[in-house]
Write a new protein. Structure first.
Length: 283
């Protein structure tokens, strides 16, 4: 298997470097801007291609690692090439392999292969990819081969039905991007107490990390703490009185979810009053 990349952003850089560090053969990179392909090729000890035809010819598996909005343009260019027996995949979290329907003039095989991972730095993110899962979506014919490829890296994979792809992507966004927003919101509250933004984050990071560690070691139910879990209605009322109005729906919805988890942990406790109060706030 020889892998080529179309697109030289953080995902293309990181995947290429990670694959090559595991002994996988790379053909190289093609980009709209040749200078970017050169940078990626130097970083991964592969080749920079000036035209997409040559990269396609030299690759058995092609990763399209452009932003989602540009995938269609790449597919239009690939559709006119000889793609016989090539495996073509994009790395979009939300788009499916159905986006490859334009490639109907060959015996190519289309897949979506998405790393469940946040690529924040194109030169360093690959160093933390060892525990990342990869999702695979596409026709059955090469699923096992692609799973074996991911497993050979030391990573785990999961197969997604294309009808569930958007929901799958929502899961990733919820625990990554939306959690980042939630942490930023918490830091903003602490900043209003007189701390700088950096000090607020530094003060809250041990709490964040400890929570993640507890979830990893003990699961959601055992990791529960806080006023909702304690059934502390008065504290929740104080929060509702103090929270900015535009954040109140978020607080209420998240608290209701915590309440349902808390009921599983403490079946002997009566959470009805707290639940009624939270639901009343939604009206």
């Amino acid at each position: 298997m020889v892998i080529g990349f179309i697109g030289c952003g953080k995902v293309g850089f990181s995947l290429g470097k990670y694959f090559s560090s595991k002994g996988i053969s790379l053909s190289g990179y093609y980009s709209k801007f040749y200078e970017d392909a050169i940078d990626a090729s130097v970083f991964t000890n592969s080749r920079a291609y000036e035209n997409i035809d040559d990269l396609t010819r030299d690759s058995s598996l092609i990763f399209i690692t452009t932003p989602d909005d540009f995938i269609h343009d790449v597919l239009q260019r690939l559709a006119n090439l000889d793609l016989t027996n090539k495996i073509i995949c994009h790395t979009s979290g939300s788009l499916t392999s159905s986006n490859f329907l334009d490639i109907n003039n060959s015996d190519a095989f289309a897949y979506s292969i998405h790393p469940i991972f946040a690529f924040s730095d194109k030169y360093n993110s690959y160093k933390s990819m060892q525990n990342a899962y990869f999702s695979i979506e596409g026709p059955d014919i090469h699923i096992h081969e692609l799973k074996d490829f991911i497993n050979s890296l030391g990573n785990k994979s999961l197969v997604i039905n294309k009808d569930n792809k958007v929901l799958y992507h929502l899961a990733s966004v919820t625990v990554s991007n939306l959690v980042l927003s939630l942490i930023n919101t918490g830091c903003s509250y602490l900043s209003q107490c007189g701390l700088s933004e950096n000090d607020a984050l530094e003060a809250l990071l041990p709490l964040i990390q400890n929570n993640i560690d507890n979830i990893k070691e003990n699961g959601f139910i055992s990791a529960l703490t806080g006023p909702v879990e304690r059934n502390d209605l008065e504290t929740v009322k104080h929060h509702i009185d103090s929270i900015p109005k535009y954040d109140a729906p978020m607080y209420k919805n998240l608290s209701l979810n915590l309440l349902h988890l808390s009921e599983k942990k403490h079946s002997e406790r009566d959470y009805n009053k707290l639940e009624e109060y939270l639901k009343m706030q939604e009206e």
